[in-house]
Design a protein around this ligand. Structure first.
Ligand code: UGA
Length: 429
């Protein structure tokens, strides 16, 4: 099918590449001319395993193309996906101006029936708003459908999540749109759930809030474990093997971050409030998340006492592994808190150092993870990168003034670290 994706952020670009990969003809539109130029040259603006190869392959075959002309994208395609940002506003509600702008642009360019699909994470009832906007701004007064098709990909695993999704949710009003959407998604061989538009929009916020709740739950359990002398990893294993619970998203740490969970939680609390429900359970999820960070910083200050004039090595800046994304990263938040206490930092991340530089100033960026500990008073693990498990512990031990590690992601075994002579403090054990 001929498809257009408006917005080449994480969701838009990965969706476009994967649609082209399964044989559709895809036009990706972005209003950032420099980004479009970069993509046309085969570069990609983000680090995402497997994406660059997929973009290059499908661009070369002619199935994937890029433009900054929305009208061209609307004209040439039957189905237009909206994948633009929906950033948070200071009060927690969602800034819908990008979606509204795109809806108007699509309307202005429509001369025949189109299916307009919202892929961005939006508040319930956005579909109605988009329909009204298109009706108002479409001079040609043609027929159209508005569909909600939320995306569930995780950064760092985006290509795999999109090619092999657990489910595909399609919120739709007409049978004509159902048929087209099924045709687009049949190659992905995943269960397709057809719902009404409002429910599809809600599914996205409800799913992300539930996953955040799961993380806060295990983080709360980690506090109880620590106080009671139990091991949270064993508890996670023990409850996670119950199929009704599941082991995934039960990894304790310094809290969740990124551009989705914090924003979607605030938005969902606000949306619920607007329809008359006070979602106190989710407020508690937020509270547990921020306390988790405070507790970790306290662990560091309790051990090192005064941080002023101390040097701390920090491994990890991205908000999680396999990404260069530092938006709302707990690791950056942690670094800034340590800096505020007067500590000097040596930091390393396998992918995120360039993106961290504008946010995190006055630190020493170190290219080699094994060189971070040099001259430091302690080492901190802030992101769950798999490669940190291969850290040269002997070298780090010699480089530190005293072998102290604060592991905010439970990457090492406490008994093993104790045997090696480390003062090792992790989460909930
Ligand atoms: C999340 C959801 O997992 C996706 O399904 C969704 O599509 C996406 O948001 C979105 O709305 O676009 P993402 O933000 O990329 O994906 O990252 P996650 O893998 O969910 O991790 C989020 C945060 O939770 C990270 O800071 C991570 O370190 C933390 N986390 C995750 C934990 O602390 N413990 C865990 O067990 C899992």
């Amino acid at each position: 099918m001929n498809l257009t994706i408006i917005g080449t952020g994480y969701v838009g670009l990965v969706t476009g590449a994967c649609f082209a990969e399964v044989g559709h003809r895809v036009i990706c539109v972005d209003n950032d001319a420099s980004k479009v130029e970069l993509l046309k040259r085969g570069g990609i603006p983000i680090y995402e395993p497997g994406l660059q190869e997929m973009v290059q392959k499908n661009t070369a075959s002619g199935r994937l193309s890029f433009t900054n002309n929305t009208a061209e994208g609307v004209e040439k395609s039957d189905v237009i996906f909206i994948a633009v940002p929906t950033p948070p506003q200071p009060d927690g509600s969602v800034d819908m101006s990008f979606i509204e702008r795109v809806a108007r642009d699509i309307a202005a360019a429509m001369t025949e029936y189109k299916i307009v699909v919202d892929k961005s994470t939006v508040p319930v009832k956005t579909g109605d708003r988009v329909s009204e906007t298109i009706k108002r701004y479409c001079k040609a007064k043609v027929d159209f459908d508005v569909v909600s098709n939320p995306e569930f990909l995780r950064e760092g695993f985006a290509v795999g999540d999109l090619m092999k999704p657990d489910r595909i949710v399609i919120g739709v009003r007409s049978q004509r749109a159902v048929a087209a959407m099924k045709e687009i998604y049949t190659p992905f061989k995943a269960p397709i759930i057809i719902t009404d538009v409002n429910s599809a929009e809600l599914i996205k916020h409800a799913a992300n809030s539930f996953l955040a709740l799961k993380i806060s739950y295990i983080n709360a359990i980690s506090v109880v474990c620590e106080a009671a002398g139990a091991n949270v990893m064993q508890v996670a294993e023990g409850i996670g093997l119950d199929e009704r619970i599941g082991r995934r998203f039960l990894n304790p740490g310094i809290g969740f971050g990124g551009s989705c969970f914090p924003k979607d939680l605030s938005a969902f609390i606000k949306i619920s409030e607007q329809v008359g429900y006070s979602f106190r359970l989710l407020q508690e999820v937020q509270r547990i998340n921020s306390e988790q960070m405070e507790r970790f910083v306290k662990k560091i200050t309790d051990t090192l006492w005064v941080l002023k004039d101390k040097k701390i090595g920090v491994l990890g800046l991205a908000f999680k592994q396999n990404t260069d994304d530092v938006r709302m990263s707990p690791a950056i938040d942690l670094c800034q808190r340590l800096q505020k206490e007067g500590a000097a930092l040596r930091v390393h991340d396998p992918q995120a150092m360039e993106k961290a530089k504008p946010l995190l100033k006055g630190v020493t960026y170190v290219d080699d993870m094994n060189a971070v500990a040099e001259g430091c008073d302690a080492l901190v693990i802030a992101t769950e990168w798999e490669e940190f498990k291969a850290l040269d512990l002997d070298r780090a031990q010699k480089a530190l003034t005293h072998p102290i590690m604060f592991d905010g992601r439970n990457l090492f075994d406490p008994a093993e670290m104790g045997k090696r002579g480390w003062i090792y403090k992790s989460i909930g054990r």
